[in-house]
Design a protein around this ligand. Structure first.
Ligand SMILES: *[C@@H]1O[C@H](CO)[C@@H](O)[C@H](O)[C@H]1NC(C)=O
Ligand SMILES: *[C@@H]1O[C@H](CO)[C@@H](O)[C@H](O)[C@H]1NC(C)=O
Ligand SMILES: *[C@@H]1O[C@H](CO)[C@@H](O)[C@H](O)[C@H]1NC(C)=O
Length: 158
């Protein structure tokens, strides 16, 4: 039963790829997430905030801007952890206008692993995971190093 179900899923994917002249691809993205204006450091269970931050090629805050991280975070854990849901919007030449949707739990002070649950543009049908490691975490500056691994399809006709 389980194997015939996975065979059906595989056949459907192959049919989709053939019909749409697309191919499946694995992409690894590496960049730095810079929190532009660090808010006050109050931790409040139940607090919800929005974010629109810079994605840059390098750790230095003057390095090339390649996108934005835009979304919501809510402090849902009494342990100070967050539920986050946001889009990575790319504006670099290769992925300009494409997005990845990230949804998941963000504990404090450690590498955060979250699922990539979808994508648009070059990242259609994306599925994968992201790892965010805090590199700088002070009262004035917060920088995370991101490694994102996604399977997605590449359309031949756009
Ligand atoms: C870069 O970071 C430094 C050190 O925190 C800060 O003084 C400076 O204003 C930042 N520059 C930009 C463009 O954000
Ligand atoms: C990205 O797309 C926008 C809108 O189509 C365009 O104005 C911009 O020049 C593009 N940027 C790059 C780096 O290709
Ligand atoms: C937030 O507060 C904690 C404990 O008071 C402190 O260790 C940490 O450095 C602060 N973080 C920021 C970004 O101010």
């Amino acid at each position: 039963m389980a194997s015939s179900l996975s065979e059906t899923v595989l056949l459907s994917l192959l049919l989709f790829l053939t019909l749409h002249q697309a191919c499946a691809e694995m992409t690894h993205l590496h960049f730095y997430f810079h929190v532009d204006h660090v808010e006050s450091n109050s931790t409040d269970y139940g607090a919800i905030s929005v974010l629109d931050e810079s994605l840059r090629e390098g750790q230095d805050n003057s390095s090339t801007l390649i996108g934005r991280g835009q979304g919501l975070q809510a402090e849902v854990g009494k342990d100070g952890s967050f539920l986050t849901m946001f889009n990575l919007l790319f504006i670099d030449e290769k992925y300009n206008g494409s997005t990845l949707a990230i949804y998941g739990r963000a504990p404090l002070g450690t590498t955060i692993e979250r699922p990539v649950i979808g994508g648009t543009g070059k990242f259609r049908m994306a599925k994968g995971y992201s790892l965010a490691t805090p590199l700088v975490f002070t009262a004035t500056q917060i920088v995370y190093e991101y490694n994102v691994y996604v399977w997605h399809i590449e359309m031949k006709d756009d």
